[in-house]
Design a protein around this ligand. Structure first.
Ligand code: PLP
Length: 414
């Protein structure tokens, strides 16, 4: 007998759960890519993608994953030999920095380790020390999906402003866009990047780069621009074949349209609040479990924790045992660790992650929490009791603070 039949829940931090409506939107014959519906649909996506990032400025779409838009953003912003200040709080920040280095930039790394967020004061210090303004871009990862640290994007902007340094401010929002509060214009972000398969609830395969007027102006002189990644070619979708640097991502565009419709109906504030409350249910459960065992959250300070992903640790090999058991017996799959220990090190088997981004609701989260607690009992993993109860009590206390889609009036401006 198995208890894992029924709909499997892939609770990893991307790719996230695909809404049925998104999947259904893709079930259609190949559309004409030169005129008609697909052109109109792509035109219509641009203002809505700007609403998601809260910007009046520009957005470029690519057939790409997150790694692709790491490269797209960098090649448009910098020239060979330019210095990039890479602020690191986990493996994804390191990944973006490595791409910059391989492209030919000088990379100055400001590494904050794996358990605390980027300190804006240190960013300020580094920029003040750069008296000849050789740093052209400051790279920050909003949510580092490996550590589940969430950086304070607004505070880092204030630190940059305090120095008067002219560097561009670029933020990796792959894990956070459509999950965490993000205000591109109000927070003074010049470049933001995202990919389709996380908060945007669309299959992997599309990448997005939002850019300010300032970034576009700086980019005019970049000597790294290439025919595929050049964002100047991706402003007007009248000719989709040119806009996408070749054949457009046909079925993905229908999927994205449906996912974005869902987001506009819910409203960005409601989406952000939903993620915050559901993350809080996980934290409440982990707090209870941690009372009687060695389960710990990677990020101690709640203000620095992501609402989209949670990184955790047990004594090895219980992280791996738990993950395997949940997949086999409960029908839910949690995420493997990234960047916390070497793949072949014993400690690797202590870490694991839970993805809670995009298309998810309270019963899904309670299902995972209940499944984890069941796994602790079945596997004899020491833990405090009452994780499920703590989560239910927390959620009960929050109901009413989250606006339902009906209350939001299906509006999209907010
Ligand atoms: C997932 C992720 C990436 C990489 O995206 P891919 O689509 O896997 O290339 C980059 N940055 C962050 C913060 C991510 O979460």
């Amino acid at each position: 007998m198995s208890l894992s039949n029924g709909r499997h829940y892939l609770a990893i931090p991307g790719p996230s759960v695909l809404p049925d409506a998104v999947l259904q939107a893709m079930q259609r014959p190949a559309p004409n890519i030169y005129t008609g519906e697909l052109v109109d649909l792509t035109h219509g996506l641009i203002p809505d993608l700007k609403k998601i990032a809260r910007t009046q400025h520009h957005v470029a779409m690519y057939i790409s994953n997150g790694h692709g838009v790491w490269e797209a953003s960098l090649t448009n912003m910098i020239s060979r030999g330019d210095t990039v200040l890479a602020c690191l709080s986990g493996a994804f920040g390191e990944g973006w920095a490595d791409v910059a280095e391989k492209l030919g930039a000088k990379v100055q790394r400001l590494d904050f380790g794996k358990t605390i967020a980027i300190d804006p004061a240190k960013v300020e210090q580094a920029l003040r020390a750069d008296t000849d303004h050789s740093i052209k871009v400051v790279l920050v990862t909003h949510v580092d999906t490996a550590t589940s640290l969430r950086n304070d994007i607004k505070a880092i902007r204030a630190a940059i402003d305090a120095t008067g340094h002219p560097a561009l401010y670029a933020v990796d929002c792959v894990a956070s866009m459509g999950c965490e509060t993000f205000e591109m214009d109000a927070w003074g972000v010049d470049v933001a990047i995202a990919a389709s398969q996380k908060g945007l609830m669309t299959p992997a395969g599309m990448g997005f780069v939002w850019a300010s007027d300032k970034a576009l102006a700086v980019g005019q002189t970049s000597d790294m621009r290439t025919p595929y990644w050049d964002w100047n070619l991706r402003t007007d979708p009248t000719h989709l074949y040119e806009f996408f640097g070749g054949t457009p991502p046909t079925q993905h565009l229908y999927a994205l349209r449906t996912a974005v419709d869902m987001m506009m109906d819910e409203g960005m504030e409601n989406i952000w609040n939903r993620h915050a409350v559901l993350a809080g249910a996980y934290w409440a459960a982990v707090d209870a479990w941690g009372q009687g065992g060695d389960l710990t959250l990677n990020v101690a300070d709640p203000a620095q924790r992501s609402h989209a992903v949670t990184a955790l640790k047990l004594t090895e090999p219980d992280g791996t045992r738990l993950r395997d058991w949940l997949t086999e017996h409960m029908g839910v799959t949690l995420g493997i660790p990234l960047g916390m220990a070497a793949w072949d090190a014993p400690e690797w088997h202590g870490y694991f992650r839970i993805g809670h981004m995009g298309h998810l609701n309270a019963q899904m989260v309670l299902g995972v929490i209940g499944a984890i607690e069941t796994g602790f009992i079945a596997l004899g993993i020491p833990h405090g009791t009452g994780g499920v109860t703590a989560a239910t009590q927390f959620l009960a206390s929050q109901v009413g603070t989250v606006t339902t889609p009906a209350e939001a009036g299906g509006c999209c401006s907010g």
